[in-house]
Ligand binder design. Sequence first.
Ligand code: ADP
Length: 508
Amino acid sequence: MARFTRVFGVRQLRVGFVRGLRFRLAVSYVAFFAVLLAAIGISFRQHLNNEVEADTEQTVTSDWEAVKIYLHIKNEYPVWQADLTDPEEGFIVERLRRIYFLADSDGNVVQNSELYASIGLESPEEIARILAGPSTGEFKIRRDKDGIPYMIEKGWMHDDDGKDKYFLAIGRSLAPGYKTVSEFTRTYLLIAPAMLVLASLFGWWLAGIAIRPLNSVAHAAQNVTGSNITVQIPLRGAGDELDHLIDSFNRMTERLHQSFEQIRRFSTDVSHELRTPITAIRGQLEVALFTAETPEQYRESIINAMEDIEKLSSIVRALLLLSQAESGQLALQKAPLDLCEVAADLVDQFQIPAEEKDVTLTSSIEPCAPVEADRTQIERLLSNLLSNAVKYTPKGGSVRVIVGPAREPGWTKLSVEDTGVGIPAENLPHIFDRFYRVRNAQTNSIQGLGLGLSFVAWIVEAHGGRIDVASNSGVGTRFTVLLPSGPEAAEPAAAESGTLTSNESRHS
Ligand code: ADP
């Protein structure tokens, strides 16, 4: 069995904690911070390590110079010459001999320290390789059997006679330097989690501040209803994306308000427009029912009722047509069309209503290239413009239709100008909106639904054209339609509508 439940009130979408923007922003921030911390830690540690090794290399280099002072090889025998009464010299020599290895050019070990033996004595091949190279400058990090690292410099020196070359290697422990590095690492690893916790709290707080305006937009949007549409959120004045969002939201509610207002006004207008013929039909039928006696009287009542029914159906037709046009259901039947002929026909048709109103209707039609257009729609366009011109021009005024090639090649111009009541500047931007009517002392008595110009705008747009309106209250109005009439039609110039008046509006 199918069921349907209508829910009243505001439906709220619950934002899951983990999927919430605040959580995701904070997590991204913390993740970024963690990567940054790790990168800083690793590169700093590496830098410290390099510094320690470079420092030790320098120390070993100065040790090498000292060895050359204190170590002498006489008759293939190494002698350390130092003034042993000087405690400082004694200490220096003692230190130099801690990590020390001496071999002759055949690779035979001449002398070595115990510590060097635990690091590993050099092979004859290695000794031969070093003896073949420069005397100093080859450094290598090696570890003893306990894993303690040493910086070793290998090279060679001559004996005191300057005849034979001897392989020499000396070194220094890297352990104190490495200890500093590992102490730094340990301290950093202790501080980093604490910094991450602080960063998380800060990120959470920051993300909260960042999304606060979003929450206020969401809250305001929840309060928007048909009767409370003018909700406005105050701008923060930061000029950022969130202010842009708030501004867009405010504009949206303004537009919604205008649309609601239009629909409300339209409902009133439609009811009013429909009520008039319905009341008239009812009156005619009552006459037929209660007072008519002769067949002629019946006939007259029925004819009058039919006229009102025709008016009623034309209103319904217009509404239906506009909704079809705007929903894209109305397909255009385009064919080459002579605008001059259409304009001349319609001017003829409107002569009678114009004369009835004592309005002079004239035309100035120049031959021009045919336009690719739907005849019915172009007739509707011209007929709407002409009927408005006649409708809004008081007794004694004039209406003129002008057709001819536009200034730009490939365009045909069609103007309808009148010496009517004009359109105030503040109403001009809205006259093409659906159901929009100018309401003032001059227009209040004139009937209409505010749909005619919506049609006109739609027809012009569907033909790839443009419409300009220039008007001045109390002076007159000129509508200028530009339609493409050739393949060379480029974007037409802005000021085709001429210099009749000061207020202008454009729709394309
Ligand atoms: P309506 O049925 O009210 O004429 P339209 O959509 O045709 O609806 O026109 C919209 C409004 O534009 C009209 O209510 C009128 O105030 C104004 N308007 C249109 N054409 C003219 C004109 N030629 N002169 C003065 N006002 C005009």
